[in-house]
Design a binder for this molecule. Sequence first.
Ligand code: PEP
Ligand code: MG
Length: 585
Amino acid sequence: MEAIKGIGVSPGIAIGRAWVQEEHDRRVAFRTVESRHVPSEIQRIDNAITKSKEDISRLRNRVQRRGDSAAAAIFDFHLELLSDSNLIDPIRGDIERESVVAEYAVAENFGKLADRLREMGSEMFAQKAIDVLDLERRVLTHLGGSGPDGLGDRKGAIVVIAHELTPSRAVELHRARIVAFATDGGGQTGHTSIVARALAMPAVVGCTSATQDIADGDTVIVDGDGGLVIVRPDDALLARYQGLAREAEQRRTALRSDAGQPSLTRDSTAITLLGNIEFPDEISSIEDNGGTGVGLYRTEFMFLTSETAPTEEDQFEAYRKAIELSRGRPLTIRTLDLGADKWTQEHLTEAERNPFLGLRSIRYCLAHPEMFKTQLRALLRASAHGPIRIMLPLVTHVMELRQTKMMLNDLSEEFEEEGIAFDRNIPLGIMVETPAAALMARAFAHEAAFLSIGTNDLVQYTLAVDRGNERVANLYNAANPAVLMLIKSVVRTARHVGIDVSVCGEIAGQTLFVPLLIGMGLRTLSMSPSQIPAVKRVVRGLDIEHCESLARRVGSFESDRQVLSCLRDELRRIDPEALAGAEHG
Ligand code: PEP
Ligand code: MG
């Protein structure tokens, strides 16, 4: 038995058999087989190529039906490559001559072809090199198991153990009914962690060496509350965790049964609790959990979960669906927040050296106006079907807001000329997630319709701590007085100017921070839908004057330790059970 300590990022307990993932991004290790196994390696590679061709033909036909001939041409190129004897024969040759495993022969030969294409020096060939690597991943996946999820004939409850997981892979795993995951890397507010919470999938990240310490098929317990992964538990511990899982389920059911209560403090101040979503389908879970709308719709997840860039029509359909499901309740749609750990690196010939400080979010959109306009057009068209607000991510400069306004104005004129229906008064707001935006909040407040504080990024940029890096996870702390000072000043400015302000970063859903945020003057919090019931229960125990005095007290502290200890005392007083949850989370 062994217990691995990590960071619990998505609550709940899951018990299952480990599925340790091969890391395709790292080079495949050189391995050989005995010569009598060479024919079966050749058979494996032939099967993997056939299955890859079947996948691609299916995808090709799907995009062709949608009239996307550019995407269809990409898949045609993939199909040609898989039938090209200049690529496939050397793979078979390496296995026959050197008895290498099929995976190694694939990685070697696809890798060499990608290198040759890159060396040709043109953008077109560089793009083809990316296609080749994409194809390599697909063939390797088919070698690893069967089907694109690689699940093969694994049955029962499965826990994925991986070095790193991308947000889109987490979604795929959820669809394949994986019960939990644990990763070597990652941090509390990395996007994969956020996705795990959205999917209510227990997860522990930052385990450092889980992929080495856990063997495929081991029984593992993932304790997402305690941030623990227990490997090969004895019977007593297994029974204890099964009991804890039952109790946690009962607590969740009890909290959810109060979900319909009004979100009012004891002195009758209304606090609006909204949900953060990645997909329109999650809107019903906001309502089930007692929330009253969407405070943040992360539209870029559509890009992360589809094989080709979504078209204007795809995007329009998704927004229209979100509007329909919202039935007139608040719906704030954030424009594409691609970049950093999301999407763009895989589509660049050379990855950025410092992607979190690179071409991401609004910067990426403004640098790719065609892509941005496609989204804005889809949003404008959808706005004819019901109220929405548009929100821009990672703004650092007022010019970014003004440029977007100009693009929206140009599109509006086009729509008017073409007689296309749309809402002429869509509120356009910004996320405050950099110190620059926080310090310049007054300038933004005069030009934006609303501000929403994204503390996940605000913490990382204020403290210079990568939010997804487990090595510095102990320095990533929203209770740092520098961060709190910025939040407080943004809220004060917004209230002074008279525009709407909210928090949509993860702290909005952490019960520990709720009394402080309300004491600072916030009246709208947006969080993962599953966090709404616990937050509402805390809200209902609060008294505004008391929260304000708490905020004043916290404002005088110089260390995060003092802040946290004061917040813990406060929560213990209001709701001891919530404190127990917060201590684990
Ligand atoms: C944030 O940064 O706080 C935020 C809500 O945006 P995301 O987590 O998607 O970066
Ligand atoms: Mg952000």
